[in-house]
Design a protein around this ligand. Structure first.
Ligand code: HEC
Length: 136
């Protein structure tokens, strides 16, 4: 009986260790997919002058790039951390401008945010033969 309890105890410790080890950096792919969907939504809402929805999209982008920044930090890619931070700030500015109903300012900042996608992808995104992407 004692041996069985010790064995169960060891199994639980191993399970705990495996769980902790599995917690690497967050997966960037679902974050980026949400960035792309939200960026599209933002563009449409800017076109339609839907300030309240622009504000919502900007808040979502802020959240996404905060998560992405965590990933780049874990990867020790300082340039990507800086770009993600710049996009967090840009999204904040877009939200603020939308709240003030200044959609021209929001559009200008959204244009800068849009340009950052390709700039970072050119350096840090690699497409695999199966057409999926990974960090490089
Ligand atoms: C600071 C770097 C950086 C910025 C800025 C950035 N991305 Fe990415 N993105 C990546 C990396 C790295 C990957 C590949 C990682 C992956 O998909 O697992 C990626 C992947 C993607 C993917 C493919 C996701 C998949 O797995 O199918 C899309 C779509 C995407 N990004 C859209 C965008 C859009 C839109 C923007 C701008 C609004 C943007 N990204 C800005 C780094 C960035």
């Amino acid at each position: 009986m004692r041996k069985v309890s010790i064995l169960i105890g060891i199994c639980m410790l191993v399970a705990l260790a495996l769980t902790l080890m599995a917690q690497g950096p967050p997966d960037l792919s679902p974050i980026m997919k949400d960035v792309a969907a939200t960026q599209n939504s933002l563009r449409m809402n800017l076109m339609n002058n839907a300030a309240a929805d622009v504000e919502k999209d900007a808040a979502k982008l802020q959240d996404d790039f905060t998560k992405a920044m965590g990933f780049f930090k874990a990867m020790k890619a300082q340039d990507a951390v800086d770009t993600a931070k710049a996009n967090i700030d840009r999204a904040g500015e877009i939200a603020k401008a939308a709240k003030a109903n200044n959609l021209d300012a929001a559009k200008a900042t959204a244009g800068e945010l849009q340009k950052s996608c390709k700039a970072c992808h050119d350096v840090h995104r690699e497409q695999l033969p199966d057409k999926t992407f990974k960090f490089k």
